[in-house]
Design a protein around this ligand. Structure first.
Ligand code: HEM
Length: 297
């Protein structure tokens, strides 16, 4: 992932050039979505021209991981998943005919070389990687910038001390986690706060709430970019810990560093910042700001 950092810096640099020229932007539409979708699209091998059309599909499809969803939501999620599957079936065919330097080709070749991957596995792995690779990181960027704008003294602290960036990203992940809810199935009998849990029973894990646990984090509702021993649950835990955590952290570091370096001021232009519906994935619908570039550039 570190090898990708220079190309992510270059992409962020050119997005911020356009934002600086425009002056007033919606950070969600202009940076938070286009950056991660282009990074993960490049890695997986989804052609640039097709990437934007995945945002509505991934949003509809992710109803499948929401705890509360109505029938219409389920039907729309299934239709979106079918459409993504059909797209990747064609793309996999194309890569078999014409291999490229991307993950889809690697997965296809891993199977051809007698590995255990079936077509169904290649396709579901590619969809999962691609879909999980942007909606979450989009929300890391949006939630993070909003937290910094609402805590200007912390934003100043970051501007003054670039070495703080990795710990700032960790704290942003803790403070306003892009994934709030997770699920686990019990393997053995357990008791949680007086309630019995039987093997095979599924439990919802509120990782966003665990990130604000006062027994774990001192003054949990305070954004403290220099927080020590900060281990949030935002990327999950154990065998299924997020495979993209290093990539997401790196993208977050590049973005928050570049925003602090490039702009003398970033000002919210709306009192009320709209959130997207949903409980599992927590993010903003829009983040309108006015930008003041640093004058020395
Ligand atoms: C800030 C950004 C991200 C957040 C908050 C996030 C969060 C999570 C969470 C909570 C899980 C479940 C872990 C568990 O159950 O213990 C997960 C799994 C996963 N994530 Fe991420 N993720 C992010 C970015 C990414 C990126 C960039 C990718 C792709 C490169 C990715 C790919 C995956 C995959 C494939 C899994 C399933 C892993 C498995 O089941 O073994 N994620 N992520």
């Amino acid at each position: 992932m570190e090898e990708l950092r220079p190309s992510v810096e270059a992409t962020v640099g050119s997005i911020l050039d356009v934002m600086a020229d425009t002056g007033e932007v919606d950070v969600m539409a202009d940076l938070a979505f286009p950056l991660p979708v282009s990074v993960i699209g490049e890695l997986v091998g989804v052609p640039a021209a097709d990437r934007a059309s995945f945002q509505p599909l991934v949003r509809a499809g992710s109803a499948g991981i929401e705890p509360f969803v109505d029938n219409a939501g389920v039907v729309a999620a299934m239709a979106a998943q079918d459409e993504m599957r059909a797209y990747f079936v064609d793309l996999l065919d194309e890569r078999r005919r014409q291999p490229a330097d991307d993950l889809l080709t690697d997965l296809a070749e891993a199977r051809d070389h007698d590995d255990a991957l079936t077509d169904a596995e290649i396709i579901s792995t590619s969809i999962l990687l691609f879909a999980a690779g942007f909606e979450t990181t989009t929300n890391l960027i949006g939630n993070g910038l909003l937290a910094l704008l609402r805590n200007p003294e912390e934003f100043e602290r970051l501007r003054a001390d670039p070495d703080l960036t990795p710990s700032a990203v960790e704290e942003i992940l803790r403070f306003d986690s892009p994934v709030q809810v997770n699920a686990r199935t019990a393997l053995e009998p357990a008791e949680v706060d007086g309630d019995k849990v039987e093997p095979g029973q599924m439990i919802m894990v509120l990782q966003g709430a665990a990130n604000r646990d006062p027994e774990q984090f001192e003054a949990p509702d305070r954004l403290d970019l220099g927080r020590k021993d900060n281990v949030p649950l935002s990327f999950g835990w154990g065998a299924h810990h997020c495979i993209g955590a290093a990539l997401a952290r790196m993208e977050g570091e590049v973005v928050f560093r570049a925003l602090s370096d490039r702009f003398a001021s970033i000002e919210l232009t709306a009192d009320d910042v709209p959130r997207r519906p949903g409980i599992t994935l927590r993010g903003l619908a829009a983040l309108p700001v006015r930008l003041e570039p640093v004058t020395t550039r």
